[in-house]
Ligand binder design. Structure first.
Ligand code: F6R
Length: 255
């Protein structure tokens, strides 16, 4: 696991976008795992810029989003489908049929979850998965206590997560109680992970994730077991780490 501490949010976003763009350029059929929330917004802005300014081609890109609220229609302005369309998809040349966001209104959600897992496999697996982190250490909506081997399924949201997300809804009552989420096992199957965090509100969760023991009570700690994971954070999010971490990725020029 590589930890990179950047000076600010713009720098985090630029590095994450560059890493994703490198995967898109190097594969004939790139499969990219995406996250929602405030953290990846800057990364999506950079990716849109790379498309507009440098012609980053999304025509062959296949995407799988981590999660979606149960009971929220894709056209709802708080659905994660809507978020992705507004912040990325509508501004790049991705094909609609290549976009996968969990369906929170599926009649048979268990059957949908199985289909989603099968669809990831059918497309060759995820090349790189982008992750944010909850203040309680969740990744996707795998809340503390989630099985470290879990697959795509419905999870009950923690009260803290509902409170954190209440700012986007008119009242607390409107905040969904459940989400369809990729499991921790699903995330760990991605060939590469990029976990982003900014602001000091994430400092506790980051200290546990990077320097604490691996535990289901802090789901993000599982990233320590991944063969190719990069944690990219800003200085405030790194504020509770006990060791020094570099500002640049390690570069090996092995010929
Ligand atoms: C969203 C997701 C969540 C968020 C996390 C952090 O798809 O999977 O785990 O990454 O809740 O959210 P923000 O970025 O809003 O702090």
């Amino acid at each position: 696991m590589e930890v990179i501490v950047k000076k600010d949010y713009t720098e985090i976003s630029k590095l994450a976008a560059k890493k994703i763009a490198d995967v898109i350029k190097s594969k004939s059929k790139p499969v990219i795992g995406l996250a929602t929330g405030s953290t990846p917004l800057g990364t999506y802005k950079e990716l849109v810029n790379l498309h507009k300014d440098e012609g980053l081609d999304w025509s062959k890109v296949i995407t799988f989003n981590l999660d979606e609220y149960v009971g929220i229609d894709p056209s709802h302005d708080q659905s994660y489908y809507y978020f992705m369309r507004e912040n990325l998809f509508k501004s790049v040349n991705i094909k609609k049929e290549n976009i996968h966001v969990p369906n929170g209104i599926a009649k048979d959600i268990s059957a949908f979850c199985k289909w989603y897992e099968d669809e990831i496999i059918k497309n060759g697996g995820i090349d790189v998965q982008l992750l944010g982190i909850g203040g309680n250490g969740h990744i996707a909506f795998n809340e503390p206590g989630s099985s470290l081997g879990s697959r795509t399924r419905v999870k009950t949201l923690d009260e803290q997560t509902r409170k954190d997300n209440a700012r986007f809804f008119k009242s607390m009552d409107e905040v969904p109680k459940y989400a369809v989420t990729m499991g921790i096992g699903t995330i760990m199957d991605a060939r590469e992970l990029i976990l982003l965090a900014n602001k000091e509100t994430k400092a506790d969760a980051i200290a546990k994730t990077v320097e604490g023991p691996v535990t289901a009570m802090v789901p993000a700690t599982i990233v320590q077991m991944h063969p190719k994971a990069t944690i990219i954070i800003d200085k405030p999010a790194a504020g509770k780490l006990s060791r020094e971490y570099p500002e640049e990725p390690r570069i090996f020029n092995i010929k």
